[in-house]
Design a protein around this ligand. Structure first.
Ligand SMILES: Nc1ncnc2c1ncn2[C@@H]1O[C@H](COP(=O)(O)OP(=O)(O)OP(=O)(O)O)[C@@H](O)[C@H]1O
Length: 250
């Protein structure tokens, strides 16, 4: 019998005993209480949990936007806790993609300039072939000259997805990416994310409140009171909704 070799290459992100407390003394709030988690490469993982369960805190710590109070977060082989602030900023720009509920596009820039912004921040030129592929995948070829205000919500989120992909990041973190979209447009965005995982092997981690959104993922991790309490593979909306009702308000 051969023992499977577990290498860090198998996992895009690894959290070990991650705890996060905001504030000190009487006002201290503990948002994460020892989260240990491995996120496999090339998978679409959803993170769910009741309001206040620590989802945003988890995302911020896993993506290097915030530092845990204790424990370690690794992106591939890199221990984020060992990086100085400038190195962490550069890692976020070049190796992580972000998609937010509110799109977070620069209003004065065209769709094309928004998409290539992470490259320009790094003083890099766009790889023409990759830029072309990304624009094609998100279906924006006809709208590249438009400013965000001239685009629908779904189109703006597609710009944000293209921007997240342009540096070929190891992981894309999405925070309620369909929270501001109607059901149909939201479903299109989720299908696009899943297609990116299936076709180019993009690793995607998404925080959501929505069982239907979570059902587009390969698996769903459930948080409650700052802890991982369950994981469901091949989720369906019903399965996710049922699990959520046992976890409290959401
Ligand atoms: N900057 C902060 N300062 C103090 N407490 C915070 C801060 N950010 C979050 N918290 C607290 O940490 C806990 C977890 O918050 P977090 O935002 O991670 O939960 P969440 O699951 O994302 O919630 P929601 O679904 O409502 O967005 C909550 O009790 C929250 O009030």
């Amino acid at each position: 019998m051969t023992t499977p070799v577990t290498t860090s290459q198998e996992y895009a992100v690894q959290l070990d005993s991650v705890a996060k407390t905001y504030g000190t003394g009487d006002g201290a709030v503990t948002a994460l209480r020892g989260v240990t988690l491995r996120l496999r490469r090339g998978r679409f993982t959803a993170v769910m949990g009741p309001s206040g369960s620590g989802k945003s805190t988890f995302l911020h710590c896993a993506a290097g936007l915030d530092r845990p109070t204790s424990g370690t977060v690794r992106l591939g082989d890199v221990d984020l806790g060992r990086l100085k602030e400038t190195a962490l900023t550069e890692l976020r720009r070049s190796r992580i993609g972000f998609i937010f509920q509110a799109y977070n596009l620069v209003p004065s820039l065209s769709a094309l300039d928004n998409i290539t912004l992470p490259l320009r921040f790094g003083g890099q030129q766009a790889d023409r072939a990759w830029l072309h592929e990304v624009i094609g995948r998100v279906g924006l070829a006809q709208h590249l000259d438009r400013k965000p205000s001239q685009l629908s919500g779904g189109q703006q989120q597609r710009v944000a997805i293209a921007r997240a992909l342009i540096t070929r990041p190891e992981v894309v973190f999405a925070d309620e990416p369909t929270g501001a979209l109607d059901t149909r447009t939201g479903a299109q965005v989720l299908t696009l994310l899943r297609d990116l995982v299936e076709s180019i092997g993009q690793t995607v981690v998404m925080v959501t409140h929505d069982p239907v959104a979570a059902s587009h993922a390969h698996s769903v991790i459930f948080l409650a009171d700052g802890r991982v309490v369950d994981e469901v593979a091949r989720p369906t909306p019903d399965l996710v909704a049922t699990r959520m009702t046992t976890l409290g308000d959401w």
